[in-house]
Structures are given as C-alpha cells and as structure tokens.
Design a protein. Structure first.
Length: 484
C-alpha cells in the first residue's frame, strides 16, 4: 500500500456517515438535548406575542407608591464631606495623620494609607422643620429639605469608577447585567406610546461605565435605555431623508412589520419584537420628540426656576426635560452628570458643580410637587461612592487638596414616590470613615426602589442560561426606615 492510498482511506473515515455517528455520539446527544430544551423553553428567551406591545403597562406584584423614576446620577462621586456629612472632629484634627486603626488593611488608588486628615472649609447649617444639616454649597436643596430623605450611611463594594458606576446601576460590577431602568421597564412597561420607556440624558463628561450603565444586558433590547442627544435631533436618523413622504414611510413600515411578524411567528426571537417596536416607536417619535425637546414652550417662571436656557445643553435643561418626560408617561429617566471626580481642589470643584446642579435638582422637586407628580415619582440623587476624609496631594500628577475614592461611606438623597420626607438616615464615625448606624448597601437601595414601585425584588426575575437573575443578585434587604 502506497502513501497516497493510506491518506485516501484515512480521509474517507472523516466523511462517512458511519464514522460520524460512531465518533460523534456525544455531540449528537448535545444537539438533540438543546433542541428538546428549546422546545420546552427551558433556556429560550420569550418574545411578546404577535400584536402585543412589549411596553404595554403591566401591574407590579402589589400596589406601589411610585409609578416612575427620575435618577440624577452624579457620576465621578461627589464628596459627602463637603455637602452632607459635617464632621467637627475633622476640623479639630485637620492636617494630622489619620488614626491607624481606621485605615487598617485599607488600600487606596492615589494616596498613602497614612495621608493627613482634611477638613472642609464649607459651613453647615440646619434647614427646614426637619433640621437637615446641609452645606452652604447647597442653598437651593436647603429650600426643599423637608421633602427629601438623606441617607448618610450608603456603602458599596466597588472602588474604581467604572465598576462602581456599573454596580450602582446594574447590581453587579461585571459588564452584561441589565440596568435598573431596564428592570423597571421590563417589570412595569411604559405609559407612553410615543416615547421610549427608558430615556437617558447626559451633561458634562461621559461616564466611566459607558453604555453598560443603561444597557439591558440579557433582557430583550427593547428595554435598554435610549440616550437623547444634547443638540440637534434628539435621536440620530430620526428625520426622513429628502424625498421620502410620510405616506411612503408608513407603507414601507407596514410591509416591514408584516415580514417581521411572520419571522417572529416562526422563530420566537424576542429581538424581532424589539425591531418591530423600534420601527414603530421611531415613527411616532418623529413628531413627539421635537415637541418634547422644545423647552421654550415652558413659562419664563419655570425656566428661571430651573436656570434652563432653550437651545443649550445643560443639567438644568435635562432636569426640566425629565419632568416633561415623566409627564408624557416615560417610566424611567436617568440624568448623568459626570464631573464630580475631585482628586484635586475638591473645595473649588464642589462649588463649580453645585453652581450647575443645585438649583435644577431642587427645582425638579418643587416643580413635581406643585404639579401633583411628586407623590408617585421617585427622585434619586447620588454618585457611585464617596470621598476620603484624608487629603490627596500629588505634585507629580498636579494634584493638591483633593480627595480619593471612598466606598466605605457616602451620602445619597431620595424624594417622593413613597419615601418618608424630612428624615436623615444613618451615621458615620467622627471622621466620616465608616458607617456606624443604619448601613445601607447598594443592594438594599435597589431592593427598596423596587419595593416602592410595587415589586418584591426577589421575585422580579428573568431566566437566562438556566438561572433566574434579578437586580439584587442574591442579596438586598428592604430599608423600611425610608418608607413613608
């Protein structure tokens, strides 16, 4: 037998049916098992039935007090020590090394473990009938002190910006999990037929966590956040090309819809339902979005209250747009203001950002309240973690009088939507380093937000790869002291 004959016989083994069935039994078994599991929908995602709007309003597990959410995300992490958590002890020991017992086993990105303590120069006063203690950097928030709940005992698991932002938004530090806005619209649907159920607005810089902060993860993509642009068309490619009439567009969409519905019936792929919904939503938004974005229709008094200016991009304009969005039935609106990462000159940095955000945030509370929307609209304000009681100074990096990342303790505030107004929850130690009372973890915050919307956080789940996932993963406790 020559060499070529041997090669030929060996090759025939790999193309014969007998060899295939004999050698690939395990592979065939896996193929058959996958087919059976798909028929039983064990691992298969579910699509909305034909003709059913995936954003149609749905009842929660029980009657919640909140119907919608506006989340003011202060990306970069505001310093709680300059804004909410006044510590006289820091002033007493300003410039002294931090006590060794506080920083045992701690690691920092940009400062040594024994960095000097750093007291704020801002003055604090009590405001409202509740006596909430706030910094002079927040004069407008002080006017609505009786309407908000301060949580001074927040804590998180993540230390750096990107994972911490993703954790605060999705309940996990890894990419790929659904964001809170996606979970809420998945659970409740939307009350708007002409706008997305989950809208994202941004000001200042871009977020470290990027689009994962408002992504849908493994949920159908119909539930992901839709970013609106700061200028021009709210969404790219929303306007018709030249020469395309409304009639031509409608006829084209109807034809596409029939083809997609036929394909959906055959495959059951939820992304086809997403495509159908996206085409129809874009068609409706061609008239609804420009009207929404035109804040010049608001009264002069309203514009002045927010500090909003038509035609410009700002946090103030976004706060006003958030109110306009929830008025139109949008379920979840998230505002990102990425400008709070003050590793240097924290006193000046806080002053600059409060000048941009304090008035609009307070105006949003006032505006919702006077329109009768605050009672069932949950407003959330906060960043991904806090800042250290120690100073950050690095001549090589051009940094001085700043603060490093601090996941152990930070402050957020909430208002409306079933939150008990005028309370201050939690305490930190004399240096603002560790939580000493009423600790609230990120998972606890998420569980409480879902509860206010009418959900048991342990039951709002989605099956993916054989497991029931949820926003709070395998943790989270309801913070009952926050409930009205």
């Amino acid at each position: 037998m020559n060499y070529r004959t041997e090669i030929y016989r060996e090759a025939r083994k790999f193309i014969s049916r007998r060899w295939f069935f004999r050698e690939c039994g395990v592979g065939l078994g896996a193929i058959a098992l996958a087919s059976l599991l798909d028929q039983d929908k064990v691992f298969a995602a579910t699509a909305a039935p034909k003709g059913v709007d995936p954003f149609a309003p749905r009842p929660p597990h029980f009657a919640g007090k909140a119907k919608r959410v506006i989340y003011l995300f202060m990306a970069g992490a505001p310093s709680q020590l300059e804004l909410f958590d006044y510590k006289p002890t820091l002033a007493k020991y300003d410039g002294h090394p931090v006590p060794a017992e506080l920083v045992k086993d701690q690691r920092y990105a940009f400062i040594p473990r024994d960095a000097a303590l750093f007291a704020t120069t801002y003055k604090f006063n009590k405001h409202g009938q509740c006596g909430a203690e706030l910094s002079e950097a927040l004069p407008h928030l002080a006017e609505v002190a009786d309407d908000i709940a301060l949580v001074k005992s927040m804590t998180t698991d993540a230390f750096n910006h990107a994972p911490a932002q993703i954790f605060m938004n999705t309940g996990a530090t890894q990419f790929g999990r659904p964001s809170m806005g996606s979970w809420v619209t998945y659970g409740l649907g939307s009350e708007s037929q002409a706008l997305p159920g989950f809208v994202v607005l941004s000001s200042a810089g871009g977020t470290s966590g990027g689009a994962s902060n408002w992504g849908c993860g493994f949920l159908p993509t119909v539930y992901q956040g839709v970013p609106f642009r700061r200028s021009g068309d709210p969404i790219l490619s929303l306007s018709n090309p030249a020469g395309i009439t409304q009639k031509m567009q409608r006829e084209s969409l109807d034809a596409l819809k029939k083809l997609n519905e036929h394909h959906l019936e055959i495959t059951g792929d939820p992304e086809i339902a997403t495509r159908i919904n996206a085409f129809e939503m874009a068609y409706r938004m061609q008239s609804s979005a420009p009207e929404l974005m035109d804040i010049s229709r608001e009264s002069k008094e309203t514009l002045a209250m927010y500090g909003a200016e038509p035609g410009k991009s700002s946090f103030a304009n976004n706060c006003l747009l958030a109110r306009r969005l929830v008025e139109r039935g949008v379920r979840f609106v998230q505002l990102y203001h990425e400008a709070w990462d003050h590793h240097s000159e924290v006193i000046k940095g806080v002053k600059d950002q409060c000048a941009l955000t304090d008035r609009p945030a307070a105006a949003l509370i006032k505006d919702l309240k006077q329109r009768g929307l605050l009672d069932d609209t949950l407003v959330i304000w906060g960043g991904e973690f806090g800042r250290t009681p120690m100073v950050e100074t690095n001549e090589a990096a051009g940094r001085k009088m700043g603060r490093d990342h601090h996941p152990q303790a930070f402050t957020m505030w909430l208002a409306g939507g079933g939150i008990k107004p005028g309370i201050t929850l939690g305490e930190t130690d004399d240096f603002g380093f560790h939580v000493t009372r009423d600790r609230v973890h990120v998972h606890d915050l998420h569980a409480t937000i879902l509860y206010l919307l009418g959900f048991d956080h342990k039951k709002l789940t989605y099956r993916f790869q054989g497991r029931d996932f949820r926003l709070t993963d395998v943790a989270g406790e309801l913070v009952e002291k926050l409930l009205a």
